[in-house]
Design a protein around this ligand. Sequence first.
Ligand code: DC
Length: 204
Amino acid sequence: MIVAIDGPAGAGKSTVARALAAALGFTYLDSGAMYRSVALAVRERDGRPAEVARAADIGVGDRVVLDGRDVTEAIRAPEVSEVASRVAADPGVREALVAKQRALLQDGDYVAEGRDIGTVVAPDAEVKVFLTASPKERARRRAAELGGDPGTVLADQTLRDERDRSRAHSPLEAAPGAVELDTTGLSVDQVVARIVELVEAARR
Ligand code: DC
């Protein structure tokens, strides 16, 4: 079974997807970590982003490994977030990473998290969730997680949201059939419990 969790930054996707995967005994796939890894590689190497993406060997288990190097922490730097949002708008990069993601999702049970899992990567996913939260709440969570001033985080987030939503290729939008879940004011456990119900309903 595939559970697709999409939505904007700070909606709680990573925390929820990780906890949900643990609760269900499914494997967690963080597709954003793959875009971030390509962004890091693009900053360090010459070459067109699409070629860098095709050539990159990216492992996204407990640690994120790029061509044999542990980049789990490095990909969370703010400069990498910025470049990731840019490379994610490149159709060639998306094509390369979607192919890698589909290959991973071929076997086993997954909670896959990103922006286009339900729309593009796994449109046949049995459960699709579009997580949202108010912009202010999302900025507050990101600032708490990464450090930094909530006002600056909100400004950066607004820019990246706009780029993710308005790009021509695979813009951020809820998939047909996705359940929209606003996590503002909800605990992680409450959100996970709600999605577990959706998984149980899909199994029946
Ligand atoms: O979820 P995140 O912040 O780690 O994602 C990093 C960037 O990659 C962000 O700009 C959105 C983009 N992304 C995407 O376009 N498609 C995905 N499936 C996952 C992430």
